[in-house]
Design a protein around this ligand. Structure first.
Ligand code: NAX
Ligand code: K
Length: 509
């Protein structure tokens, strides 16, 4: 495990990899409780939260009319403090209260605001030159928005003024990013201490707009020891673990990837192998049906292509101790032969990436095969493949299970790293660690880009990188390469974009 994944639980929120944590609503509440028990005054925390939001507003906008929408809980309490702070800065501020404040701290904040709160029916909605502060609901939102609350959200979204959300856009579920009925579409969201899953998972990520994470002094107290370690994906987590060739290396010691090629959809493994080689694999061998050997051989002169007339040939080849990772499933049909191949690949005990048709084969494996395999396995489903792979996995964990929790549950169930792909890819390890990649450009929605990702993961794995770190690094590098290329991106472009991205990362570390 890399040092970045072992950060000290007594660190401050703003420090190093610890700042990249993603914390669920319940974990946040427990952290706050511990901090309060350790002596932090809860109203002081609320004042800091409110001031942090007001500071973010003052740093971005000039004086303008502001409407603050306050809910009944502590999110609303933050809203009253923001209103008072902006008023003290000379801004024209009005407040509307969805309901009377229900907590001691929120009541105290409302008293500090002092002026009357408008009834929702009496609001004059600001125009584009004004500003709305959304302090209706934060991480305490537990059920769908309806009635007056839903109406306020819709009117705010329609009035044309930018909206600043306190902690999380009202209506977004903090742990899943789902919309509970309707949700604020914010220009800016200021959250506290750590990001929540709802800020990085769709559709919450879109509703969040720009995200600012403000330090309100919480982790000065000890954190709960059992915080599930979830991070936002950035190179700080894994850059130091990227493979770098040593002077004494030869092609086998840099890593020998074996890819199982299909007979018809050859493009998938060709893309994957090129990506693996661009990521530094010293050697790649494609085991292909005899009829397709020439197609693979003509594509990449530097890859070895061998015919695999019988499954037995694959088994024999994988016994070679110089094989360091296997990619199976890209471009393979689901069904009998793929299932046989997968069983033999797992029995060979190499680090393995399973994609495409291999995922359906994985679903059909006997559980003892999954339990008994020795090498690390990475499964790379998109949502459709995940649904086939896992069915209603997690239904017993309650309704509304989000993408993060589903990936974590599958990783635990299978004892494999899960890369649940999409615009908000989640990488989950069997031990509960997870990383969310919230920044992928939509240009990646093109045929073959998943094959490149599978090959990139395999290319890093084959060089000895830890499966979880390799998966996170590959997802980030893949997205960054696509971002740099921009419009017109083809999957074929991606492998050759990787060296520059990797070189710049290595230079920066
Ligand atoms: N606890 C603390 O010390 C701090 C909390 N802070 C703020 O407090 C927020 C959390 O406060 P709360 O736990 O009071 O939760 P919220 O303010 O998010 O909302 C809770 C209230 O909304 C009601 N509610 C939930 N779902 C509803 C729905 N669909 N329709 C109508 N009412 C609904 C609940 O019954 C409760 O009254 C954070 O998001 C953050 O903004 C900050 O002040 C920092 C410090
Ligand atoms: K809010």
């Amino acid at each position: 495990m890399s040092p970045a994944f072992n950060e000290n639980s007594k660190q401050k929120a703003g420090a190093g990899a610890f700042a990249l944590r993603i914390v669920t609503a319940r974990e946040m509440q427990r952290t706050e409780q511990l901090a309060f028990t350790a002596g932090l005054d809860s109203y002081t925390a609320m004042e800091r939260a409110g001031r942090a939001v007001a500071d973010a507003i003052l740093a971005r906008w000039r004086r303008r009319p502001v409407l603050v929408l306050c809910g009944p809980g502590n999110n609303g309490g933050d809203g009253y403090i923001i209103a008072a702070t902006l008023r003290a800065a000379g801004w024209p501020v009005s407040v509307t209260a969805l309901a009377a404040p229900s907590s001691t701290d929120a009541r105290r904040a409302a008293t500090g605001w002092g002026s009357t709160a408008l009834e929702p029916d009496d609001i004059t909605w600001p125009e584009a030159g004004g500003l709305i502060v959304d302090a209706l609901f934060g991480i305490g939102l537990t059920r769908r928005l309806d009635g007056v609350g839903a109406n306020l959200v819709q009117r705010a979204n329609q009035c044309g003024a930018p909206i600043v959300s306190v902690d999380i856009p009202s209506g977004v579920h903090a742990d899943t990013g789902a919309m509970l009925g309707t949700a604020i579409a914010a220009t800016l969201t200021v959250t506290f201490a750590w990001c929540k899953p709802g800020h990085v998972l769709l559709p919450g990520r879109t509703a969040t707009g720009e995200l600012v994470i403000a330090d309100i002094g919480l982790p000065a107290a000890p954190l709960p020891d059992d915080l599930s370690p979830v991070w936002r994906n950035t190179p700080a987590l894994w850059r130091h673990a990227l493979p770098v060739p040593r002077v004494q290396d030869h092609k086998y010691s840099r890593g020998h990837l074996v890819a199982i090629g299909g007979g018809v959809m050859t493009g998938a493994v060709r893309l994957a192998v090129r990506a693996a080689r661009r990521a530094g694999a010293g050697l790649a061998t494609i085991l292909a049906p005899a009829a397709a050997v020439s197609v693979y051989a003509q594509d990449q002169a530097g890859a070895i292509v061998r015919p695999r007339p019988e499954t037995a040939d694959v088994v024999a080849y994988l016994k070679d101790s110089r094989v360091s990772a296997v990619l199976i499933g890209s471009g393979l049909e689901s069904g009998g032969e793929t299932s046989d191949l997968l069983r033999h690949v797992l029995a060979a005990r190499h680090a393995t990436v399973v994609d495409g048709g291999g995922l359906d084969a994985w679903r059909d494996l006997d559980h003892h095969l999954i339990a008994e395999r020795a090498g690390p396995v990475v499964l790379t489903p998109h949502e459709g493949e995940f649904a086939r792979l896992c069915g209603n996995l997690g239904a017993d964990l309650g309704p509304g299970l989000g993408k993060l929790q589903r990936a974590q549950a599958a990783a635990r169930l299978f004892g494999a790293v899960i890369v649940l792909k999409g615009p908000d890819t989640v990488i989950a390890a069997p031990d509960g660690r997870a990383i969310v990649n919230g920044e992928a450009p939509a240009y990646l929605a093109t045929a073959g880009s998943g094959d490149v990702l599978a090959g990139l993961i395999a290319g890093l794995l084959t060089q000895g990188m830890d499966a979880f770190a390799a998966s996170a690094a590959a997802v980030w590098l893949h997205a960054e390469a696509a971002r740099r290329f921009g419009p017109g991106l083809l999957a074929e472009d991606l492998p050759d974009l990787l060296p520059k991205v990797i070189a710049e990362l290595s230079a920066a570390s």
